[in-house]
Design a protein around this ligand. Sequence first.
Ligand code: DON
Length: 568
Amino acid sequence: MRFLILLGLAVSTVYTARAQFPAEQLRPYDYKIEKNITVPHGAVVSAHPLASRAGAQILQQGGNAIDAAIATQLALAVVYPGAGNLGGGGFMVAHLSNGKQLALDYRETAPARASRDMYLDSAGNPITTLSLDGHLAAGVPGTVAGIFAAMKYAKLPFATLIDPAILLAEKGFPITASEAANLNASKADFQRLNTAPTAFVKDQPWKEGDTLVQPDLAHTLKLIRKKGAAGFYEGETAANIVAEMKRGHGIMTLADLKNYKVRERKALSFNYKGYTIVTMPLPSSGGICLQQMMGMIENYPVAQWGFHSPRAVQLMVEVERRAYADRAQFLGDPDFVKVPVAQLTSKKYLTSRMADFVPGKAGNSETTKAGVLPESEETTHLSIIDDKGNAVAVTTTLNGHYGSRTIVGKAGFLLNNEMDDFSVKPGVPNMYGLVGTEANAIAPGKRMLSSMTPTIVLQQQQPLYALGTPGGSTIITSVFQMLMNTLEFGLSPADAINKPKFHHQWLPDEVAVEKDFPEEVITALQQMGYAIKKRGPIGRSEMIKRNPGNHVLDAAADKRGDDSAAGY
Ligand code: DON
């Protein structure tokens, strides 16, 4: 460890001597995936090594964690087009070294011409392809507005932060094997859902190491560099978006774009056994569900039962069931619906929710529904901590992989299919199997309910962890498990994110487990009466631990993807 710190110090001296170095230092042709690093100053973990490197270089140039989060997000929009984005939305949660906390909401909104039943046929049946594929699936993008809202807390000039992304789009970079496979798998969709040629489609199949060059995207990024948010929401880019909508029978207008507003929300913060959990409030369901689940579990000695012990897993499944039942019933955009947040998270209510919990016996989503109150796959996450103790967690999304698969002609970026996160009809599951009610029905200008849960853990007001993950409905239960894995079961960040995960979301009433989940725990759960479903990987998490005392950072990138850590 001491050797690593000394090495880190030596490296940092070299970089400090160089001071400002140009974007070319990115060396796009020379990268490798780093799953775990230990560094003394600053660390970035994201879904792609070049994006993590772009962020880490910003830290080395004297930028803070917010600068790095902006640069990393912009780079992800280029090197990780399935989820990194200009045409989507996201949330940033931050704890700044001066004690200020941020919860920036740059979630997409429903266009003004959207309506409650827009995805139903004349018989009232849902046509979910419309909320998932192509022009009509896109909400008004929030990412660029979110980036400029974050600039208030940044130190470096915007041009410095966007230049790495411009370089990567303009000159290109070699793609990974998984990106090649994903682009090939989506080729037919790209052809079906676009009205203009795109950089993502070529005659021959993509293969690892092929260079992806995105000149249209570079042009859009340059407009943003020159004109700020207006380079996206007004002028040429906005006109390109609206022209694309006209060609593809979408409904987004110039006014929708011009009227888009970021909301600076109050971070949701709660206490768990002396730790302060700082996370995203509505329109993310993540923070509230996390507070509910941790509140329900707090009185049980789970650490004593042990990691992946059948008892602990069963209890976690049952608190997940209850939180997701409430999610479906009560949660939606707080600017449009009244959500009884204080009641849903009160200790008394959470204790009462566990009244029908029977240890060793599977609960049931028929009988355990939402509580009674006293009154009326694509997303990506990045975690950053800098040497001043600023901690940032950002989760950003196009919703499905490559979003709506529609690329704005001449502008080169993908549009989201976030409209599917609304409840298109009460009780009809969305692409993640989540159901909702009136609270999450479509209305013009409304934000669709999210599960994204960027989270920071504080101990004595100092950041201890920054974490988060994509994964649709599994985001909340993954963040919950990572918190339990570290705070209760004592796992390292790498183990906390990489050990097999499980998930229950009320409906369907089953426990989804990753393929490598321990067989003996599966058998024990089956004996208690649970239906178990094996599924593919859950999430792609990024977690940084800042060790109390020496402030050394352990940064861990999920084994499940190309995710990679960088730092100094
Ligand atoms: O906001 C949400 O909850 C979803 N749109 C997130 C989608 C997602 O995580 C896809 N990733 N695999």
